[in-house]
Design a protein around this ligand. Structure first.
Ligand SMILES: [Zn+2]
Length: 149
């Protein structure tokens, strides 16, 4: 049996620009990450940025306040600090929810109810993009929480 040496394709590989790559590139160009809800993703990303900017501001203000040497100022600074910490805590939680929502978008599980696996209506997602429950399940959950006290 004769073994043929592999053909050398010098002429075609030398000029990759000559290959009509257009067709292959355009059909798969759209990123799957955009998914079904590109505008909600945009909302989430905008909200995320806003929170990050705000919390950044809170941090710099705190630095200013702490520099006051006066005792009474110190006391009010502590009140401010508690206040801003509470805000930051809430924002941190929201930020986490936003991140999770974006992750669900990447995983293509966004817009699916965690509890009943049903589709969450677009209107609800638009109004509350970080939600993981459809209205029915959310209502049930709230009723359960109330029952627990
Ligand atoms: Zn549900």
């Amino acid at each position: 049996m004769k073994t043929r040496p592999p053909k050398k394709r010098t002429s075609s590989t030398k000029h990759p620009s000559a290959v009509p790559a257009k067709r292959a590139a355009t059909s798969r160009k759209r990123s799957p990450k955009t998914g079904k809800y590109p505008d909600i993703r945009r909302d989430l990303e905008r909200q995320r940025e806003a929170i990050l900017n705000e919390t950044g501001e809170v941090l710099t203000h705190r630095g200013d306040i702490e520099a006051f040497p006066d005792v009474s100022d110190q006391a009010s600074a502590e009140v401010d600090q508690n206040f801003s910490m509470r805000i930051r805590d809430r924002e941190r939680k929201l930020l986490k929810k936003i991140d999770e929502a974006l992750e669900r978008m990447d995983a293509a599980t966004y817009g699916v109810c965690e509890r009943c696996d049903g589709d969450i209506p677009y209107k609800r997602l638009k109004a509350r993009p970080v939600t993981t429950l459809c209205i029915e399940c959310k209502t049930l959950q709230e009723q359960e929480e109330q029952a627990r006290g």
